[in-house]
Design a protein around this ligand. Structure first.
Ligand SMILES: *Cc1c(COP(=O)(O)O)cnc(C)c1O
Length: 422
């Protein structure tokens, strides 16, 4: 499988010095790439104003939230805990919007702090209405079809539970009337890694929802903008994707007199290629003439779960102080006692293995897994086999590494446990 010649932002000396200074496994983020991605998102085409919300579930560490806060991004939170976390990192509640599968039991407190809420089901709308009659709310709809990189990242259509099903608009309207709510925003988010053409189609369907609620002044079109982690993947061109939709907003205004503010909520787009996972090859085994050669890393599903659950592909590099030109086929295994802890699954099929061509590797070589900024540190089998949480490092604009999350001490694994009652 073809690769870029070297990792996006980590060369061997930098990687070696980070591993020496902070240990491994360690996530490394590149500030220059994060800022460039934020700028690209803030330049998303729009007709009547734009708010970019960082979908913080992609990578919620405080330093990353602070970097995006300074860059002018607002927040999309997917749980009450994310709301608290963003506030703890310095975000003003007014910059936080909550769209959650589980409406937090303390949503009333959070709303009173000043966050905005999208009701993501009729039940959520009813609960909000009972608590805050006469107040302002957003409605998240499932527009009836979706698009995602795979079934597990598709969050629109009849097989998806996200949002109020578009055919229940009358029920939603009845609840809005009963509690005299003001619907100020419509929200649709159809999935991660979506096809730009589908995204544009859903955007037009979303404007039809806006038409049915005359008090709406904002349309939130969610995230899902595709990135290319692997060289054969095609990234979304935000300008090309957004311009036809901005035009639809203009047509909508000409027809209705309503100038609708746009919100987008990228997560993957901002983070995916701005992060890498740095590890060490700690063993090499072979399963014989008809088998495979396996590289075993000091990381795995404890830091990177996407290959195991989606069969997702990440560029993988072996960094050596003295590079060899000899190439071998390797499978790459994680360090968990779990046969599914494989970092080289077949594309889109975690049940199958797909060896990678890599330089002949020695124990002790560094391994960099690229495209590991989004849904990696944030989404793992943390603490499985009692491995502590890995450290996170940010490379500043001068490529100087700064620790932004400490590696956990082993004692923290059992700190909340109590002894057997006597
Ligand atoms: C996860 C999520 C996003 C971000 O999706 P990406 O694919 O990471 O861009 C945006 N909005 C909502 C509501 C989400 O749940």
């Amino acid at each position: 499988m073809a690769h870029l010649a070297q990792p996006r932002f980590l060369d061997e000396p930098t990687a070696r010095s980070i591993a020496d200074q902070f240990g491994s496994p360690v996530y490394v983020y590149d500030q220059a790439i994060l800022l460039a991605n934020a700028t690209a998102a803030l330049n998303f085409p729009n007709a009547y104003g734009l708010t970019v919300r960082y979908a913080m579930k992609a990578a919620p560490s405080a330093a990353i939230l602070q970097l995006f806060n300074n860059a002018g991004l607002h927040i999309d939170a997917s749980s009450g805990y994310e709301v608290r976390r963003a506030i703890a990192a310095g975000y003003a509640p007014s910059a936080i919007s909550l769209s959650a599968q589980e409406l937090p039991s303390d949503f009333a407190k959070l709303y009173e702090l000043g966050i905005s809420i999208n009701a993501c089901s009729l039940n959520q709308l009813e609960r909000f209405g009972r608590a805050f009659p006469g107040r302002s709310i957003g409605l998240r709809f499932n527009p009836g079809s979706g698009s995602g990189g795979n079934n597990r990242t598709n969050v629109g259509g009849p097989a998806s539970s996200f949002g109020i099903w578009h055919e229940w608009i009358d029920q939603a309207q009845a609840l809005v009337d009963r509690y005299q709510l003001t619907v100020s925003r419509i929200h649709t988010h159809i999935g991660s890694g979506s096809d730009p053409a589908v995204w544009q189609k859903i955007s037009v369907m979303s404007l039809d929802l806006v038409r049915q609620f005359p008090t709406v002044n904002t349309l939130n079109l969610g995230g899902g903008y595709k990135v290319a982690r692997m060289p054969n993947e095609i990234a979304t061109d935000l300008q090309a994707c957004g311009e036809p939709v901005a035009e639809k907003f203009r047509e909508f205004a000409a027809e209705t007199g309503r100038e609708i503010h746009l919100e987008i909520e990228p997560g993957t787009y901002l983070l995916a290629n701005a992060g890498a996972l740095l590890s060490v090859v700690q063993d090499i085994v072979s399963t014989g003439a008809n088998g495979y050669k396996f590289l075993k890393l000091n990381t795995g599903m404890t830091e990177l779960l996407r290959p195991s659950i989606y069969g997702s592909q990440h560029p993988i590099y072996i960094l050596q102080s003295e590079a060899t030109s000899e190439i071998c086929d390797y499978m790459i295994a994680g360090h968990c006692c779990e046969s599914g802890d494989i970092l080289t699954p077949a594309n889109g099929d975690p049940e199958l293995l797909a060896p990678r061509q890599l330089p002949r590797t020695q124990i002790g070589d560094l391994c960099v897994i690229d495209g590991a900024g989004a849904y990696c540190a944030a989404m793992t089998t943390k603490h499985y086999n009692s491995y502590p949480e890995a450290a996170e490092v940010l490379l500043d604009l001068n490529k100087k590494p700064h620790l932004i999350r400490k590696r956990q001490d082993a004692e923290e694994l059992w700190a909340n446990e109590l002894p057997l009652p006597s």
